[in-house]
Design a protein around this ligand. Structure first.
Ligand code: FBP
Length: 276
């Protein structure tokens, strides 16, 4: 733990991060999809957010990442049982296509503090026509979070008209390097598809912990579990996963499997039977 945390001079940040970071491999559950994507992400039997959240918390994630409204509404599920990251930017998929390259402010650092959050999160689409707005918002968020000793996680997502392949290693590490330069305490970004290239991404972060963003559900969970193993072996801190968990056949089993693989306590093949 000291390794990851020692670079943080703020006592508050160190204490809060220690509540959500497992140095063996951190698993954070992302659950802002109703806002970001809408019903398309939720099959008939997954319409109730409480059922999903209860299963994931019960299975033992290190933290949940929620919007301010959901964090308040579902505090009976997460409080005292797991860490909380409050994401204070968002957008819907109902917007006109090109405006989906903007994440709007949906809350504040003070909201996160009031909710008892261990970190605050915000997205920057590096390369978007609205990059300027998101970077300005980020600067204000980071500064306010600093005041409270609250770690600031950036979802550093390269996305915009000049970007052909958002998983390209040079594009991903450009986004990561940019996130470091604007003061992110933790960075969540895309997987580049293999261990060697992800090592470069982790190196570009200059010691700022990197978490892989889960992405759309893989039809074969074994492939996803192998990615988790590889990102960990590449030196990343862990992963922030949404769809690959809440759209899994068995949410609880998939959560446990992800955690075991990320912490190196089981191989993807060991746990595959439980989640296939
Ligand atoms: P997933 O594991 O489902 O990809 O969740 C991670 C996340 O960053 C969510 O926080 C967010 O809602 C979603 O991905 C964004 O997805 P998209 O890349 O389609 O905008």
């Amino acid at each position: 733990m000291a390794g990851v945390l020692s670079s943080f001079s703020s006592v508050g940040k160190r204490v809060r991060l220690s509540r959500i970071i497992d140095p063996r491999g951190t698993l954070i559950f992302a659950f802002d999809h109703w806002l970001e994507h809408g019903p398309v992400d939720f099959p008939e039997d997954r319409l109730d957010p409480r059922v999903i959240l209860e299963a994931v918390v019960d299975a033992g994630v290190d933290a949940v990442m929620l919007t301010p409204g959901d964090a308040r509404l579902f505090s009976d599920i997460w409080a005292g049982r797991t860490g909380l990251v409050v994401k204070i930017t968002g957008k819907t998929s109902l917007r006109p296509r090109d405006e989906q390259l903007l994440q709007s402010l949906i809350g504040s650092v003070e909201d996160a503090v009031r909710l008892g959050a261990d970190a605050v999160a915000a997205t920057v689409y590096w390369g978007s026509p609205w990059e300027d707005v998101m970077v300005r918002n980020w600067a204000l968020i980071r500064e306010a979070a600093e005041e409270y000793g609250l770690p600031a996680l950036q979802l550093a997502y390269p996305r915009g008209p000049t970007i052909k392949d958002r998983h390209d290693v040079n594009i991903v590490l450009y986004g990561v390097r940019s996130a470091v330069m604007v003061g992110a305490d933790l960075i969540k970004t895309y997987y580049t598809g293999d261990k060697e290239s992800y090592r470069k991404v982790v190196e570009a972060a200059s010691g700022v912990p990197v978490l892989m963003s889960g992405g759309p559900r893989r039809s074969n969970p074994l492939e996803f579990l192998r990615d988790l193993r590889d990102v960990r072996e590449a030196g990343a801190l862990g992963a922030v996963v949404g769809r690959n968990i809440f759209q899994a056949k068995d949410i609880r089993a998939m959560t446990v499997a992800c955690k075991l693989v990320l912490t190196g306590r089981a191989s993807p093949e060991d746990v595959y039977e439980e989640v296939r």
